[in-house]
Write a protein that binds this ligand. Structure first.
Ligand SMILES: [Zn+2]
Length: 232
């Protein structure tokens, strides 16, 4: 009887734990342990959200990485309404670009939270459990960490330190607007996974003196912003 009980208990201990989303958790750290980025950084956040140490398309924490229009997963050389994948203007002459008109562009609505969907560049590029951050996760990062404008290896950006001393760096990568090159080093813009009304999407914005989550009120989804991924 004792042997049977022991076997039964052993079986219980050995059973793999079942998680809700059936996803395999990645190992997290409070600082990068080596040069094999991206790492998952634990900033001691209440929700348990962990942040990546580097941007999508970057191979170090300071690199700006890739820029994407909201909901797109391919880099471009121009980020205008006329070549935004989810713009619903017509392409009357068939040149591959939507025709400009006097009104605001109209967008196909792709959901109230694109994290983890086919519109999520973090999921598409990095797979596993990576996702774009929600506005709530960006606000949690703003509320629960110490932010400072602290250049790293000569690149302007913010150093974010959690209550557990976990640390990430966000480079001031700026953004693409139409064919204008980003004013890198001046300020930082990072997409959230949440749209704002029918035109914009919410994002993180920071410069040398302030950091906040924002949205615009018109047509910003086609601008090219970098993405900093999260996971749990
Ligand atoms: Zn790293």
């Amino acid at each position: 009887m004792k042997v049977q009980a022991l076997l039964f208990l052993s079986a219980l201990v050995l059973l793999p734990s079942c998680k809700d989303d059936d996803e395999e958790a990645l190992t997290s750290y409070i600082t990068c342990p080596d040069d094999h980025h991206p790492h998952l950084i634990d900033l001691g956040l209440p929700s348990g959200t962990k942040w990546s140490c580097c941007n999508i398309g970057a191979t170090t924490p300071e690199q700006y990485g890739s820029y994407y229009a909201w909901g797109e997963t391919v880099e471009k050389t121009e980020y205008g309404a006329e070549n935004y994948k989810y713009c619903t203007w017509e392409d009357k002459n068939g040149n591959g670009k939507y025709d400009l008109n006097d009104g605001d562009p109209l967008f196909q609505q792709i959901g109230d939270d694109i994290a983890g969907t086919d519109y999520d560049v973090a999921r598409v590029k990095w797979g596993e459990t990576w996702k774009m951050p929600t506005l709530e996760q960006i606000n949690e990062l703003l509320r629960n960490c110490t932010w400072s404008w602290t250049p790293q290896n000569g690149i302007n950006g913010v150093r974010i330190v959690g209550r557990n001393r976990g640390t990430i760096f966000l480079p001031a990568a700026y953004y693409y607007r139409e064919d204008r090159m980003p004013k890198q080093g001046l300020s930082g813009f990072y997409w959230s996974s949440n749209p704002y009304l029918d035109y914009d999407a919410s994002y993180l914005m920071f410069d040398s003196i302030s950091w906040d989550s924002r949205h615009y009120h018109r047509s910003f989804r086609y601008y090219g912003y970098p993405v900093r991924a999260v996971s749990k």
